[in-house]
Write a protein that binds this ligand. Structure first.
Ligand SMILES: Cc1cc2nc3c(=O)[nH]c(=O)nc-3n(C[C@H](O)[C@H](O)[C@H](O)COP(=O)(O)OP(=O)(O)OC[C@H]3O[C@@H](n4cnc5c(N)ncnc54)[C@H](O)[C@@H]3O)c2cc1C
Length: 305
């Protein structure tokens, strides 16, 4: 059984009991975590993960919470947040090394400042590097894995460095699910600082014009099916503005669900269910979720199978 006392001997960072998760997600939705811990380095994290394995306790990683929907009941057991203490960023011998907790916006700014081209298309993605690597985050024709050399992960409690070719990166995914990303290394081609700044600004403006930035959301809800646009399929199914409780298909971008105030996770799931069923009935396309669902009972999300 999970022992808080034992966790305290392994983790010198902060430990929160019954911590509300809604404020830690971009959707502003979700119940509390039984225990939220913030280990301060890889050794602590490794010891904690090995302990959880021994007692067969599950745990969940939380980055910046910008690509998840947490259930209204929250998450039973342990949530690990490494955002605060894994945020080192360096540039040596032409290689950028970034900790998993580094915000993508900081990573982009750092690369631009060092006249490195290829990260600027990630500007405006509101996550951490670790979450971005797991999801292979990308935008405007680029992905975070494009210029990656390798990624250091904890796998089964053991630290390993995997080459990019061993990580199975693909559209909004990787073979790293189940691992904990600790850091990643990149080698970018040289660029012109003013041109990179201009491109970053242009993409940020484009993003702000296209996305419903006024309301809490989790970015794109569904992956784009091969050769199609999820947003277009949803829009053409007449679903813009469709709402359940405080969750609504955004008028500005049909692949976004916005929290117009007081939305519950159940509201969001109901919208997801209706959108998928309607699009499938009209087009034969089954939309696949891009966001991750955390803390849900299997029966609550069985409709996704
Ligand atoms: C307004 C908005 C716009 C967005 N635009 C884009 C976009 O253009 N392109 C895009 O790709 N995404 C986009 N996103 C989605 C999201 O920002 C990215 O997927 C981001 O990389 C997720 O990072 P995070 O730290 O927030 O991860 P979280 O949401 O906290 O977690 C996502 C998943 O990764 C896991 N995870 C987090 N950190 C780690 C770690 N260190 N090790 C192992 N697992 C981990 C979590 O358990 C979870 O399963 C957008 C989101 C919003 C709200």
């Amino acid at each position: 059984m999970l022992s808080l006392e034992h966790i305290r001997t392994l983790c010198s960072g902060e430990i929160h009991i019954g911590e509300p998760l809604a404020p830690m997600t971009s959707f502003r939705i979700g119940g509390p975590a039984d225990i939220l811990i913030e280990p301060v380095n890889g050794e602590e994290l490794s010891a904690l993960v090995r302990y959880f394995r021994v007692i067969d306790a599950s745990f969940v990683l939380l980055g910046n919470g910008s690509n998840i929907l947490v259930s209204d009941e929250g998450i039973r057991g342990v949530v690990i947040n490494i955002e605060r203490h894994f945020s080192s960023l360096s540039f040596d011998d032409g290689v950028v090394t970034a900790g998993a907790g580094v915000r993508l916006s900081k990573f982009v700014d750092f690369c631009v400042r060092h006249r490195l081209a290829g990260a600027e298309m990630l500007a405006g993605i509101p996550g951490t590097l670790g979450g971005g690597v797991i999801m292979n985050a990308g935008a405007y024709g680029g992905e975070i894995s494009d210029h990656m050399l390798d990624v250091t992960v904890l796998r089964d409690g053991i630290m390993r460095t995997l080459k990019k070719s061993e990580s199975g990166f693909r559209y909004r995914g990787s073979d790293l699910r189940g691992d904990i990303v600790l850091s990643a290394r990149f080698r970018f081609p040289e660029g012109d600082e003013e041109a990179l700044k201009a491109r970053r600004k242009e993409l940020l403006l484009k993003r702000n014009a296209a996305q419903p930035v006024r309301w809490p959301n989790a970015g794109s809800i569904f992956k784009n099916p091969e050769g199609r646009h999820a947003a277009r399929l949803i829009e053409e199914s007449g679903l813009k503005g469709y709402a359940v409780g405080g969750a609504q298909v955004a008028e500005q971008h049909a692949n976004f669900i916005i929290n117009t105030g007081g939305a519950t996770a159940a509201d969001v799931l109901a919208v997801i269910r209706h959108v998928r069923a309607t699009v499938r009935a009209r087009t034969d396309v089954t939309l696949e979720l891009e966001i991750l669902l955390l803390g849900f009972a299997p029966e609550a999300i069985a409709f996704l199978n």
